[in-house]
Design a protein around this ligand. Sequence first.
Ligand SMILES: Cc1ncc(COP(=O)(O)O)c(C=O)c1O
Length: 438
Amino acid sequence: MSLTAAIQSVSALVSSAKSSSFLGQGVGPETRFTSFSMPLLPSRKLSICKCVSAAPPTEQTAHKTKVARNANMAKLQAGYLFPEIARRRSAHISKYPDAKVISLGIGDTTEPIPEVITSAMALRAKELSTFEGYSGYGAEQGEKKLRAAIASTYYKDVGIEENDIFVSYLLFGANVKIAVQDPSYPAYVDSSVIMGQTGLYQKDVEKFGNIEYMRCTPDNGFFPDLSNVSETDVIYFCSPNNPTGSAASRDQLTKLVNFARANGSIIVYDSAYSMYISDDSPRSIFEIPGAKEVAIETSSFSKFAGFTGVRLGWTVVPKELVFSDGFPVARDFNRIVCTCFNGASNIAQAGGLACLSEEGLKLYGLQRVRRTERAVCVGALPGQELVDVFAEILEKTHLVTTPGSGFGPGGEGFVRVSAFGHRENVLEACRRLKQLYQ
Ligand SMILES: Cc1ncc(COP(=O)(O)O)c(C=O)c1O
């Protein structure tokens, strides 16, 4: 982490109504709800949580600083779910020491990164040991070549240019009301809470105040009924969605864009899983006419290139997008990126560039394998009602899943099964599930 990024993190920690926060790949190591997934079966909730890694232990010390804690941090819901899943997993392993437990819970990419990509990163790292190849701070917005490659690979036909791309985190201000798909990737809600955009958590309805939860269920095809959604400033929309796996159609996204246009909202469109779309659903919000005036898109190398550890993503902020006073969003975005972020690692960017080279893109035909796994998995999951599917699946099949309640109240009654896993494990998991539910 750069010094300014560290300072930024500290200012998010201490009390400040005006602090900014990160979304997308920059949510922080504790907020790892990684993986693409699909809906499963009704399950009794465990409780809400977004943190995977154990929090540092709390020590009782005699001395207290005068610095007030960011009150918004206290609003976040305690991290019970993943520790509870880990506890149940350990208990299960102790009970059945010989069982082959397969974890399709949190999920992560599993396949090694092709050598053409790692060689490019190694070469870049080696170059840093030479006078000719050494470089210090790079462009905060990302290296020109990589921005150009992202623009031409993903946005060639939709009029998004190199300058609209930031190889960076997405940053947002405090005084806006957000809407999220329900269920959704928890980082949207949590970063909004940290920024002070929300009210308190309301236990009875399992929602934060001042957030519009757009219910997505099998009944509405996992696309919200926009006629029930009140006006909001920022609409987070992820397609294909984590956790439902559902990709919005062109017609649905057109409705979303028209809705944002009518209400003066900005859509933050998360296309982290767009490369898993196998039908003609849009891979980018910018395929929809009029989207450039109402949308930002955030995406990542994590899932398609196995970069969950390398860390690289981008944000598209079209020059056509302006605030209510006419000021271009991209200019503020650029300012924040230059102040708080200082650019992605040059080694990671060399890897990103290699992914988008002709050879790299050919190699990532690997995605087809992933798609097959997902298809196999979805086909294996029937829709019966059960009382506690998470526990039943663990007990009877030795498979670890995730209760849907961790993704918002709309996730309740479901468990999530990650589509990321070694191919043999995913296939074995499908076999076990078929056996259990047939
Ligand atoms: C929907 C969604 N968006 C964004 C991300 C962030 O991915 P990364 O931080 O690895 O780029 C994830 C990670 O799991 C995700 O599920």
